[in-house]
Design a binder for this molecule. Structure first.
Ligand code: F6R
Length: 615
């Protein structure tokens, strides 16, 4: 978590860093800070709170001049969010200053050693320990900053993306990466450093992404040279041309990124299948699968690893894979999988799903699966992310940047890509008839227009939100393909509106949750016509006889549930396995409107961060 930004060049660094931090606030937003070199010394300002608080504080208290600087927006790990624990951190001499995204696990022992040598610490952070270790190495070994960073990093255990500069050598910034992302934007006689490319996209579209265990001394007037932290060997930087454009990372007239991203779904889903779904030729083209087709064909089972919303997409995929392709699937929380000594063989295919491509637990699960010889296939949104690079093959979701912390378009595009994969494998394995395969392809092409239609429920959803915005609990029920949608609906509500919500398979209700139902309990039930419809209707009856308030998501034209429910939200009819792409839309809108009405920070809910790069 945490976002880091740096600049060295000929422009004023302050506005670039502040704007960059605002774009990276999705990564953490409990405190922020900046350090600028003004030609003679370092001016540093930091504060608990958001980047806008930092702006107010910095502009009132320090000189904001200078064309070298670093900035940080924090998601606290070590030490509570307060002014002192915020980054950047000085070394004891005041010469060095650092920003850090990650965790130094052995900081306690290093701190003790440094304290024995007379170092003092003002914060509770692991980062302040690291910068003083670097300073101690410089003193003891008589080396320059770059070398000192390298020696120090060989002594630490943990994860980091860091940027450090020395006020005695203000023509360079030293950066290093292990486990947390770090991109360098390469301009004409200027360099940008950031956790992702969004802070520098309007200045350059040339970027170098550091690999794990790489570092660089970025020096004005010099080309970037990457070194391996462990053995000092030189790695040649691959300068990539970025596809990102500025429009994609701005709100475009919407009040919140989340709402923009909800409304982007028809387009995003189309972008996901574009070029892959070739209905005229009757094929699904996925290069990453074609390159490993034999492994997919020989697989005894598919293991899906993911976290949060991506895990929910994995659950939907389990139903789809098993039904269409007749392959056995297990879906695992990456955080559990990585620590439970799972049985993995070289006949397993592991699919890792991650919007950010940076989730620490998912990355660790991938490494474990690779060690056991499994083929690992990634489904990521962020191009060039760690997971995309760590997997043997994969398919991007092409949803465009997702900035709202609550995942929306990532979920539906993940399901789209996984459906394509399931259909492709179903065809290869001859588990589906040509007729059904064609029908699925044609129906998938209808989905963007049907999502558009589902978005028309916004007005009714807003009325429902008004009625239930003050609830303290909410239940979400669904069956089959829509059970994971119930889980996802509940997650969306709790994470952005702070209302306690639980998702259940509808039939499980009578094994416990039914005890919660009274006339104060809103129950969102997904009751589309296909699959288990009559059984869900019975579940609705059970809720009604206990006076629960029923909000039903139904297929267009449904009359039976309309008679029973307090509110109905219609979505167009589609194939049963594709219903999650539609039923999830009103649930996203419901949580969005409730959160807005409760005055919650929709795009940056408390305690959360977009990329969970710590375990
Ligand atoms: C919820 C949400 C999180 C993420 C989870 C995994 O709205 O966004 O639950 O889904 O942290 O993140 P990725 O997909 O980036 O691995």
């Amino acid at each position: 978590m945490c976002g880091i930004v740096g600049y060295i060049g000929y422009r004023e660094a302050y506005p670039i860093i502040i704007k960059g931090l605002e774009r990276l606030e999705y990564r953490g937003y409990d405190s922020a800070g900046i350090a600028l070199f003004d030609g003679s010394g370092i001016n540093l300002s930091k504060t608990k709170g958001k980047v806008e608080d930092l702006k107010a504080k910095a502009e009132a208290s320090i000189s904001i001049e200078g064309s070298l600087g670093i900035g940080h927006t924090r998601w606290a790990t070590h030490g509570v969010p307060n002014d002192v624990n915020s980054h950047p951190h000085y070394s004891n001499s005041g010469n060095l200053v650092i920003i850090h995204n990650g965790i130094i696990e052995n900081y306690g022992a290093i701190k003790e050693e440094l304290q024995n040598r007379g170092y003092t610490f003002s914060s509770d952070t692991d980062t302040e320990v690291l910068i003083n270790l670097i300073e101690e190495v410089m003193k003891k070994e008589g080396v320059m900053l770059g070398k000192a960073v390298q020696i120090a990093l060989n002594q630490v255990v943990g994860a980091y993306a860091i940027a450090v500069f020395d006020k005695e050598k203000p023509n360079e910034i030293v950066v290093a990466k292990l486990g947390s992302p770090l991109a360098i934007g390469v301009g004409e006689n200027e360099f940008f450093i950031a956790s992702d490319a969004s802070p520098f996209i309007e200045f350059t579209n040339n970027a170098v992404y550091l690999e794990d265990e790489e570092m660089a001394v970025i020096r004005l007037g010099k080309e970037i040279k990457l070194r391996k932290i462990k053995d000092d060997s030189i790695a040649y930087p691959l300068v990539q041309e970025l596809q990102l454009n500025l429009e994609e990372i701005e709100k475009g007239g919407y009040d919140h990124f989340m709402l923009k991203e909800i409304y982007e779904q028809p387009h995003a889903i189309k972008d996901t299948y574009r070029g892959r779904l070739r209905s005229a030729q009757g094929i699904i083209k996925m290069a990453g699968v074609d390159d490993h087709l034999q492994e997919f064909m020989d697989a005894d089972r598919i293991i899906i690893v993911a976290c949060g919303t991506s895990w929910h997409a994995g659950l939907v995929a389990e139903y789809i894979f098993e039904n269409l392709a007749r392959i056995s699937v297990e879906v695992e929380y990456a955080s559990e999988f990585r620590y439970r000594n799972p049985v993995i063989t070289d006949r397993d295919v592991v699919i890792a799903i991650s919007q950010s491509g940076e989730t620490a637990d998912t990355l660790a699960a991938i490494k474990l699966a690779k060690e056991h010889g499994a083929l690992v296939f990634g489904v990521c949104n962020v191009v060039g992310s760690s997971i995309a690079r760590e997997t043997h093959a994969g398919a991007y979701t092409h949803a465009g940047p997702e900035i709202g912390v609550a995942s929306t378009k990532a979920f539906t595009t993940q399901i789209t890509v996984l459906t394509l994969l399931a259909l492709k494998l179903a065809k290869e394995r001859k588990a589906i008839s040509e007729e059904d395969f064609t029908a699925y392809m044609l129906e998938l092409e209808e989905i963007p227009a049907k999502v558009e239609k589902a978005l028309e429920s916004n007005a009714i959803v807003e009325i429902i939100a008004e009625a239930y915005k003050d609830s303290s609990n909410c239940l979400y029920l669904g069956r089959g393909y829509n059970f994971p949608v119930a889980l996802e609906g509940a997650l969306k509500l709790k994470e952005i509106s702070y209302i306690h919500a639980e998702g259940y398979p509808a039939a499980e209700m009578k094994h416990g949750p039914i005890a919660l139902i009274d006339d104060q309990m809103p129950v969102v039930v997904i009751a589309t016509k296909k699959g288990h419809y009559e059984k869900v209707v019975s579940n609705i009856q059970e809720i009604k006889s206990r006076h629960g308030k029923i909000i039903a998501v139904v297929t267009e034209g449904d009359e039976q549930v309309r008679d029973l429910a307090d509110h109905v939200i219609e979505v167009p009819e589609t194939f049963e396995s594709l219903t999650p792409l539609l039923t999830t839309i009103p649930l996203q809108l419901l949580s969005y409107h409730i959160a807005v009405m409760r005055d919650c920070n929709v795009d940056q809910p408390r305690n959360l961060a977009k990329s969970v790069t710590v375990e």
